[in-house]
Design a binder for this molecule. Sequence first.
Ligand code: FES
Ligand code: MG
Length: 608
Amino acid sequence: MSSDYDLSTPIDPAATGLRQKLPGYGDAHFSLFMRKLFIKALGYSEDALSRPIVGVVNTYSAFNPCHANIPQLLDAVKRGVQLAGGLAIDFPTISLHESFASPTSMYLRNLMSMDTEEMIQAQPVDAVVLIGGCDKTTPAQLMGGISANKPIIHLVTGPMMPGSYQGVRIGACTDCRNNWAKFRAGTIDIEDISALNEELAPTGGTCGVMGTASTMACLLVALGVMPITGATAPAVSSARLRIAELTGTHAVQLAQTQLRPQTLLTRESFLNAITVLQAIGGSTNAIVHLLAIANRHPAIAGSITLATVDEVGRRTPLLVDLKPSGDNYMTDFHNAGGMPALLHELKPLLHLSAMTVTGRTLGDELNHTPFRPLPLHSPANCIRPFASPLYPASSLIVFTSGNLAPGGAVMKASASKDRALLTHRGRAVVFTSPADLAARIDDASLEVDASSVLILQNIGPVGNPGMPEAGLIPIPRKLAAQGVVDMLRISDGRMSGTAGGTIVLHVSPEAADPDSVLGIVRDGDVVVCDVEARHLAVELGDDEIAARKRDRADDQLRSEQNGSRWHARRTARGYRGLYMREVNQAQHGADFDFLTAAGPSHPPPVSD
Ligand code: FES
Ligand code: MG
């Protein structure tokens, strides 16, 4: 006989387990009675239902090869939960893969964060394991997890193995781009590119270089929301399954301690994450994600900015020799000791008192994690010693002066292929949209040379909803054929974390904004880029800029009925309309304003 139906004993509104978050039938005992009879339809006993409940977010999708191993991971997480005396119940949220999320996965990141937040809030879970991996999934899950503020722990699917072609190791997706560029330049043929297509992603798992997925995995460790060994084990390894089991056991502990993300995460956690981002030469996309994540946290929102990323960068050397900044793959990083080894090297720069999901500080975790570093000069060691880095500092830089990006812009300086371009002055060749770019970039009559500055407008958050990864503007074919491998390129969009080149991204405010200077740059204008001085400018006087803005506003007004993107925000329907009206600029994380901690406040759910 269950005491849950004793009408004389009120149900505690702060209850955990199955008694929390009861639906509003107006009679709490009846609501619990209904909930239990339905969950018993799944075969659960009263004993099972009396345990701490660990929700496990299942983002498996047959359209998502980066998440191909989730069924095995789920089994291992559930085993870990059971071993620690809890009950694991998995539930789905949407799943995003880079190539199967049109128009972009970034467009859907905020939707996934809302799905994750609301399902964590809605269901009677005491703690949650967030299984993600592909680029936008982990930031979406952490954004949602912080907002929901129930105890969370991350598990990533892990990187894929590298492949091989004609004796050369290859991997998604730096080598996808390098080889495609060679194919465009005519240095490899259609048979090579077809064969490469079979080998570039030889197993399930996330892209095997320091792209966004790998970067975010390392940042989750640095933030303290994933076990310290959780970032690098390959998707297909038994180590990955043991990490999943361990994650399950930690989740039960979290269910008991109720250590919530808004308590666990502090400003120091984010400074640690930025230090790691710089030391791994991480993806530029991770900057947007970190800003969005920080801005979900009521005590941190607004205090972690683009300037913080630059400041931390100035004292942080690039230590990890992985593509696209270096030469190796995630499996090499794992074999060299992975995140524990890197964090040991970075100790002088880290806030070791920052808390982690295990309930121990980062410093304690490092002291408790046995690892045997490779000899520093072993050829297999892709982690450089602090004293002899791959790049001295500022792998990722932020432009903070000049008239072209008053809200900021970023560049992965360490991935530049022609360092001379880091200080450059050249004439603009302007493309007004990706369609314009596609139509003209390979036109033999395009007036462009190696010193030109290629500018792509209107691929920002509102101008091209989802802010596509079109910032890697291709080298015009006629120049590529002459051996030009890099040019200064500038846009308000993003670039894949697996790509390289001298590329300015996330220009804010974006070109579609009536106030943007990027939006009024024309062919032939002189653009100046000085990475050392963090300066990005177009040589135009203030009067000329003001006049061009006025002309452009008139043009936009005239084209309002013809679908100007900026004006279309007001009337677009559905999720697209919500996105266009609510998305903020890259400098704030491209989140929806109403989801940020500083956004409109809404009353907490009644049972909180
Ligand atoms: Fe999923 Fe690269 S496509 S991590
Ligand atoms: Mg990517």
